[in-house]
Design a protein around this ligand. Structure first.
Ligand SMILES: *[C@@H]1O[C@H](CO)[C@@H](O)[C@H](O)[C@H]1NC(C)=O
Ligand SMILES: *[C@@H]1O[C@H](CO)[C@@H](O)[C@H](O)[C@H]1NC(C)=O
Ligand SMILES: *[C@@H]1O[C@H](CO)[C@@H](O)[C@H](O)[C@H]1NC(C)=O
Ligand SMILES: *[C@@H]1O[C@H](CO)[C@@H](O)[C@H](O)[C@H]1NC(C)=O
Ligand SMILES: *[C@@H]1O[C@H](CO)[C@@H](O)[C@H](O)[C@H]1NC(C)=O
Ligand SMILES: *[C@@H]1O[C@H](CO)[C@@H](O)[C@H](O)[C@H]1NC(C)=O
Length: 674
């Protein structure tokens, strides 16, 4: 992992020696200032994550979190059975694995509450934390099985652990209570694992989430238990599914898996398990120090998107990996889990490809899978989606016909409680620190404010003002006690990007490993980035194409009618919605005619919410012609016809950012207009 040099910073052996000396003293002086470091034992990460609350959303991203809080996520505790039951949930659930429901909700709402400083949510999660910790039993067990005869499986606790760690980051006064409860639990879990207890098929696939919790204890609060922690990590890995083989090219499934035989346990090809399993090899690497773990993690990521990837940035898995066809589904849970895993992969490995993709998933696949007001969510999202309704016939081999309805809990309740982690964790991972803690790195582009103390007591405040991804321009203002090097990611799709520092002339950006270095002096530094990109065409199956510009993917937004299918008795805003098309959607486009149209919204502000029809300020127009394109069954588009004939007059159609479309075509047949 090599970082680029800032303009005007000396290079060469002397500078390197000086750098080593500075970071040596810095590490002594400020070891506990920015968390995430790894002084001994475990292999270091390429970058350190910052404690929850260090990075705050600003501008439209702040508004997006307000929309989420005013929507389903922010109200679940008031009315949704799985969460409103103070007894950690699960006690009353009909799917036993949903003992994770409260745990999932907690994991997402802890950062949501902190990032908005929302006192209602913060008191709900505090109550949840208190309840769980207060009911830890004498064996060390945590969770709804306490004082029952229910079997004790480890997995349901893992999202709770992530939430508890985030609470400690935001409020260090909780450290002793959480850390001592975790150590008690670890000692029990270690014994259980040695006895072959606590494991079922889901725990066997999702072991990495516990490994990451153990690594947090090891990095910050080992309390002399390093050997036990490492032994527990190894037990989890060696009793768990072999991700180092699942992600190898020779075993990796290259088509939708329903007719294939998995040489490993079946659940490893399950979409959400795979999204979580993306963290298995980077977390393993930290205790094996085996480069092969990182190489397979990186290659596995590429294979997943090569064979199952979608133009929205995510991959298809309608329960199990589903290949490239535009009619297949992507589960909302795997969208948010892949975002979180991609952030972790970037922090461990430092390859900017992870950050580029997380940004695309966040700005396209995630908002498309919820209504604009975030009160209704899908279970499965289709890349070409001409209806959201009870499907006949059902195009999903393993999921129900109701899976693409926008509602409270279509198909399964899991994504209702799991989706809230998406936006808040994207925000808290939007900046990282270098391992020597002398530099800040802006990873995910968007509007934020950051306030932190770097090495040598360097107090730094950053504010990023932008409408990105609905603008190419970002203005960053940094106030620093001491000079340092600041890094900003330049996405791979940027073409002819420029930077202007302190009002100087615009100069080309010069990223290395995806990062452009800016030397910041003590006092205030202000710079403006202009990051334009070209329209690009992605080839898809059946000779079809998908359209991109920068982080955004563009789709034909089919106008829709809406029917309320169900309404929750306690919360009338929690509705299940059917959408049907009200216009022709059967078009071929001529890719040579695409024109980008960007405008600045009035008052310089985006509408709230922004992710719904007609709202974003960016569009692309395309010359199109009507064609014959079959409907399969009565509710979904057949595969795009290859080389179709125009059946009517050529016209221009408008393509909109994918995240704002709820019914859409985004893999188009092509024709030549002239
Ligand atoms: C958070 O809100 C509380 C009131 O609920 C207020 O006292 C506190 O100053 C706020 N903190 C920040 C960082 O804005
Ligand atoms: C288990 O139940 C008993 C009887 O209700 C109660 O006294 C005890 O505190 C409970 N233990 C825990 C750990 O919740
Ligand atoms: C799986 O097999 C069925 C029945 O032969 C077939 O219709 C379907 O296309 C196959 N699916 C894939 C992804 O090969
Ligand atoms: C590193 O991992 C690979 C793949 O799992 C394995 O074949 C190799 O033996 C490991 N190397 C060491 C030193 O453990
Ligand atoms: C950053 O935080 C410190 C301590 O919490 C505070 O004193 C300072 O005013 C903050 N700086 C900015 C620019 O918000
Ligand atoms: C489509 O748009 C292009 C450029 O934006 C324009 O030149 C052309 O006349 C339009 N075609 C139709 C059929 O409106």
């Amino acid at each position: 992992m090599r970082l680029p040099q800032a303009d005007g910073v000396a290079n060469g052996p002397f500078a390197m020696l000086w750098g080593v000396l500075i970071s040596f003293f810095a590490s002594i002086a400020t070891r506990s200032v920015v968390k995430g470091g790894s002084p001994t034992g475990l292999a270091p990460k390429a970058f350190l994550n910052l404690p929850l609350g260090t990075v705050k959303p600003a501008g439209w991203l702040h508004d997006q979190l307000v929309v989420q809080t005013n929507g389903l996520a922010g109200h679940e505790h008031d009315f949704y059975d799985y969460v409103s039951d103070s007894d950690w949930i699960g006690g009353t659930s009909y799917y036993s694995y949903l003992e994770e429901a409260g745990s999932y909700w907690f994991n997402g709402m802890v950062p949501n509450g902190v990032l908005l400083n929302d006192s209602t949510i913060q008191s709900q999660v505090q109550q949840f934390l208190d309840y769980v910790l207060d009911h830890q039993d004498s064996t060390g067990w945590l969770g709804p099985e306490v004082n029952t005869t229910k079997p004790r499986y480890l997995w349901g606790r893992y999202p709770f652990f992530f939430g508890a760690i985030q609470m400690v980051e935001a409020n260090p006064a909780l450290t002793d209570r959480v850390v001592s409860a975790l150590h008690k639990f670890v000692s029990l879990a270690n014994t259980m694992l040695h006895n072959g207890e606590g494991l079922e098929d889901w725990a066997r696939t999702r072991w990495e989430d516990f490994v990451m919790t153990l690594q947090w204890l090891y990095d910050f609060h080992p309390e002399g238990k390093e050997d036990l922690l490492i032994d527990t990590m190894k037990q989890l890995k060696y009793t768990g599914d072999p991700w180092e083989d699942v992600f190898k090219e020779e075993y990796f499934p290259k088509i939708a898996v329903e007719n294939l035989t998995n040489p490993f346990p079946e659940l490893t090809w399950h979409g959400v398990n795979m999204a979580e399993g993306l963290k298995a090899l980077p977390s393993t690497y930290r205790f094996t120090h085996n480069q092969s773990d990182l190489d397979v993690a990186s290659k596995g990521w590429d294979l997943l998107f090569q064979y199952h990837g979608r133009p929205s940035g995510i991959y298809a898995a309608d329960e199990y990996l589903a290949g490239l066809e535009a009619v297949r589904g992507t589960e909302l849970c795997l969208v948010v889990e892949t975002m979180f895993s991609g952030s972790y992969l970037y922090q461990v490995i430092g390859d900017p490809k992870f950050a580029d993709r997380v940004e695309r998933i966040t700005y396209n696949a995630l908002p498309a899978e919820l209504t604009g007001d975030m009160w209704s969510r899908q279970y499965l999202q289709q890349q070409n989606q001409i209806a959201a309704k009870n499907m006949t016939p059902n195009p999903f081999p393993e999921d129900g016909p109701y899976s693409n309805v926008f509602g409270l809990e279509p198909n399964y309740p899991c994504c209702t409680v799991n989706h809230p982690q998406g936006w808040p964790k994207f925000i808290s991972n939007a900046f990282v620190a270098t391992p020597d803690q002398t530099s800040l790195v802006h990873v995910y582009l968007g509007p934020y404010s950051v306030n932190t103390t770097l090495a040598n007591g360097n107090n730094v405040a950053v504010s990023v003002d932008t409408l990105y991804p609905f603008s190419d321009s970002l203005t960053t203002t940094i106030t620093a006690a001491k000079a340092f090097t600041y890094y900003v990611r330049i996405p791979s799709w940027v073409s002819q990007g420029t930077i202007s520092v302190n009002g100087g002339a615009a100069r080309p950006v010069s990223p290395s490993n995806g990062l452009h270095a800016v030397s910041v002096n003590a006092g205030t530094t202000k710079f403006t980035l202009d990051l334009p990109s070209d329209i690009t065409i992605e080839e898809r199956p059946h000779g079809s194409v998908a359209v991109h510009r920068g982080p955004l993917h563009y789709a034909f937004d089919i106008s829709r009618s809406q029917k309320v299918l169900a309404q929750n008795a306690q919360q009338p805003l929690a509705v299940d919605l059917e959408f049907d098309t009200t216009e022709t959607w059967q078009y071929a486009i001529d890719p040579s005619t695409l024109v980008f149209h960007g405008s600045t919204p009035s008052g310089g502000k985006l509408p709230s919410p922004v992710f719904d029809s007609g709202l974003p300020p960016f569009t692309i127009t395309a010359t199109a012609c009507p064609i014959d394109w079959e409907v399969a069954g009565d509710t979904f588009a057949a595969a795009p016809p290859t080389n179709p004939t125009c059946t009517g007059a050529v016209k221009n159609i408008t393509l909109w950012p994918f995240g704002s479309t709820k019914l859409r075509i985004s893999e188009f047949p092509t024709f030549k207009a002239n």
